[in-house]
Design a protein around this ligand. Structure first.
Ligand SMILES: Cc1cc2nc3c(=O)[nH]c(=O)nc-3n(C[C@H](O)[C@H](O)[C@H](O)COP(=O)(O)OP(=O)(O)OC[C@H]3O[C@@H](n4cnc5c(N)ncnc54)[C@H](O)[C@@H]3O)c2cc1C
Length: 724
């Protein structure tokens, strides 16, 4: 143990142990390391103990103990927060034993059973649920490992990612200029939107005559549908003849840089009008499952080095309608989102069958696009259902919370309305949530998956612009992202387009047709298909290939538009970024803009895209570029189109106070007042809160746990540039 990591006197450990029912681990005990380790390996805890409370009462006792002895608590749920606040306190409150979960249908008047009327599973006098009171730290470690298996998202993608490096010479012609990470970028190898891809406009691809399966039409069951165009492989002549030199070349289709705000939320589009948020009106008249993109000799996969399977396809009722527009899911704050999704996928709710029968329809809470812990219910939570139903915080209906003075309260729109407003976006700074109740929505099936392309700096701008133009005006049912992902070492970098249409194939395939019409590069893999939502929940994680225990650095922003020059600059910069970097553009908007009663302001909610640089690298590597390239992209290149800060769930390590405040825009002042009222001494300082009790700005490093000693002696951390 490093000398500066002090322990508590024995009597304090004893007092802590006797005041709560859950186990206490001292630094020297094995359990300490298990419970104080988080996803980001670049963080060590200086805590004196970890306590695993069994219920809100335990949490309250720990809070009072901390106050009495002037110790600072920190709260850990899933441990995915890369800043490490969860383990930054003197006492870590690890919530992993709060693992109850239940689903209920709305009462006749639409209401739900209040948390106040349901004792928590571990409460005194109740039998603890299995794995809660009794599970060991070893068991928790194993559970974590299992939860981080992502190959179920798509075996096809798994096989592809594990496969050999793509050959430099493609059978169809010379290889595109493969990204060389350490090369200086060349201006001439630059593509503008005038470049390679014949731009199939939505009106072309969506015309009733050729869409082959427009809304309300008969289901598409052919094996070579109109929706699966065979991507044409560009040869070098066609590339060079269409490349525009110069990084600031104007686009012929989108107008000059910055003059084309991506205002799809306000402008009419060629897509059918967006559906209302509630999915109740949908009839999921899915056809019997047929693989439309099979491995046949004429398929687009004929040359792809992958093993095809129908993994991820699900049998759905022939014709089923959900009976309830939503359900309510109650869960303990120690549940991870994947565990909750697994539970609700299994506990299907009854449905109305128009034809045939089945075992019901799964309902899902809107969570993050990458499986993380439950604190997204307090901090944002942007994922596959956000455009249809809002952020995770928007679907909370009630929270059980322990306040800084030890009180246990139930917060909802009627009780503690100011706290209710503030906790949805900044909850970690205001109290400790022990149980959540949130809406879950019917998701019988999704039409979802990946389109994978080799990263080629000459054509990648064209693909991103094509993606941007395709998703303009998309309906709320469509989640879509495009990401650039580098490495791993020795492997090619990829451009991946991911879509998740919340509905069946016949309704989603028109969007696939539009997106996959880009033919600037050979599509290496297209595995978009009908899947269960449970499989889809791992799809971002699968492509990200993220590993716990590596060094992680995440920077995120919300942007108003995605002009050509920013896309061009992004690709150029990405060419020079280290292995392990993923840069992600996720379509935002939709239902996120409907909610105005939380501290995440309308201005943030109206962003066109949420952007993230997700960087991971091995512990033994100490390379400033792993951090600086993310900062330079987000704080530099994207700055002209920033809207404030990111969604709070994306706040990461060393965030300047200005960026934190910017997440809340005009709501910051009211949020400070609420913080001052509920936590006047700033007990919950091990969070993103950037001020001390007197309201003065604190340096980010002073409320974050340190980096491991062998890294903190490097120049990083000592001479870091500040990017705002
Ligand atoms: C690889 C990766 C991908 C990601 N993808 C997404 C994404 O797609 N969408 C998205 O929205 N976010 C995403 N994030 C960000 C993620 O949602 C946040 O980091 C989130 O806070 C993690 O939740 P957690 O419970 O695991 O965090 P923890 O690290 O356990 O906690 C984060 C913060 O919340 C506090 N906290 C935790 N639980 C409570 C509680 N019950 N009461 C009070 N305070 C609490 C902690 O003290 C800490 O300050 C991603 C993060 C990573 C690492």
């Amino acid at each position: 143990m490093p000398a500066n990591f002090e322990s508590l006197p024995n009597e304090l450990y004893e007092e802590l142990g006797s005041s709560c029912r859950g186990p206490v681990y001292r630094r020297e005990e094995t359990g300490f390391l298990d419970y104080s380790t988080i996803f980001n390996g670049n963080v060590v805890s200086a805590a004196k103990a970890v306590v695993c409370p069994l219920d809100a009462e335990d949490v309250s006792k720990i809070v009072l103990f901390c106050t009495k002895h002037s110790l600072s608590p920190s709260v850990k749920a899933g441990g995915y927060g890369t800043a490490g606040w969860a383990i930054g306190g003197d006492i870590i409150i690890d919530l992993s034993k709060l693992v109850e979960v239940d689903i209920e249908v709305p009462k006749a008047d639409g209401s739900f059973t209040s948390l106040r009327d349901v004792a928590s599973a571990n409460s005194k006098g109740k039998t603890a649920v299995p794995n809660a009171a009794s599970s060991s730290s070893k068991r928790r470690r194993e559970e974590d490992t299992n939860l981080r298996q992502y190959d179920n998202a798509s075996q096809t993608v798994a096989a592809f990612l594990r496969g050999p490096t793509l050959s430099d010479t493609q059978p169809d012609g010379p290889s595109p200029s493969v990204r060389r990470r350490l090369d200086a970028p060349t201006e001439s190898a630059y593509s503008s939107s005038t470049s390679t891809a014949p731009r199939l406009s939505m009106s072309q691809s969506m015309s009733p005559s050729d869409s082959g399966g427009s809304r309300g039409s008969q289901s598409q069951t052919t094996s070579t549908p109109a929706t699966s165009p065979s991507p044409t492989v560009m040869n070098s002549e066609s590339i060079s003849s269409t490349v525009t030199t110069g990084r600031n070349a104007e686009s012929s289709t989108s107008g000059p840089a910055n003059s084309n705000p991506f205002g799809y939320l306000d402008t009419p589009s060629n897509f059918p009008p967006a559906s209302p948020p509630a999915a109740l009106q949908s009839t999921f008249n899915s056809a019997p499952l047929v693989t439309s993109w099979g491995p046949g000799p004429n398929s687009i996969f004929a040359n792809a080095p992958v093993n095809f399977s129908n993994f991820g396809q699900v049998a759905v009722p022939a014709q089923a309608e959900p009976i309830y527009p939503h359900a309510f899911v109650t869960f303990g704050a120690g549940m991870r989102q994947k565990e909750i999704d697994t539970f609700t996928a299994k506990e299907k709710l009854e449905a109305r069958y128009v034809t045939g029968g089945g075992d019901g329809i799964p309902y899902h809470v809107p969570f993050a696009a990458h499986p993380v812990g439950s604190s997204i219910m307090l901090l944002g939570g942007f994922g596959f259902l956000s455009r249809l139903h809002g952020l995770s915080i928007d679907n909370l209906v009630e929270v059980e919370m322990v306040l800084a003075d030890g009180r246990i309260i139930i917060v909802n729109e009627n009780d503690y309305p100011d706290l209710w407003w503030g906790l949805r976006g900044a909850g970690s700074c205001l109290g400790i949530a022990t149980r959540y109740k949130a809406k879950a929505f019917p998701v019988p099936v999704v039409f979802a998956g990946n389109l994978l392309y080799r990263f080629n700096k000459a054509t990648a701008p064209s693909l991103i612009k094509h993606f941007r133009d395709c998703v303009k005006g998309a309906p709320r049912e469509l989640y879509a992202n495009v990401l650039l992902t580098a490495g791993p070492a020795g492997k090619d970098s990829l451009v991946v387009v991911q879509m998740c249409y919340v509905g069946p194939r016949e309704k989603g395939q028109e969007y696939l047709a539009a997106i996959s019409s880009w033919d600037g590069e050979k599509c290496l893999l297209n595995e978009v298909d009908e899947k269960s939502f449970l499989h889809q929940q791992d799809s971002v994680a699968q492509v990200l290939r993220g590993k716990a225990g590596r060094q992680w650095f995440i920077r995120s922003a919300l942007i108003s538009s995605l002009p050509d020059d920013i896309i061009n600059e992004t690709v150029l910069q990405f060419t020079d970024s280290p292995v392990g970097c993923t840069w992600l553009f996720e379509l935002a908007g939709g239902a996120i803009t409907d909610f105005e009663d939380t501290c995440v302001p309308k201005s943030q909610r109206e962003a066109s895209f949420t952007i993230a640089a997700l960087h991971q690298w091995e512990m033994e590597i100490d390379d400033d570029r792993c951090v600086d390239s993310a900062e330079e992209w987000i704080a530099g290149t994207l700055k002209p189109v920033h809207i404030g800060g990111p969604f709070p769930s994306f706040l990461g390590r060393h965030e300047p106070a200005e960026r934190v405040k910017a997440c809340f825009g005009d709501n910051w002042k009211r949020l400070c007042e609420i913080k001052g009222f509920y936590d006047p001494e700033n007990l919950f300082k091990n969070t993103f809160w950037p001020l001390d009790a007197a309201g003065e700005i604190v340096e980010p490093q002073t409320h974050e746990p340190p980096t491991p000693e062998f890294l903190s002696t490097s120049i990083r951390g000592q001479k870091r540039k500040v990017f705002v």
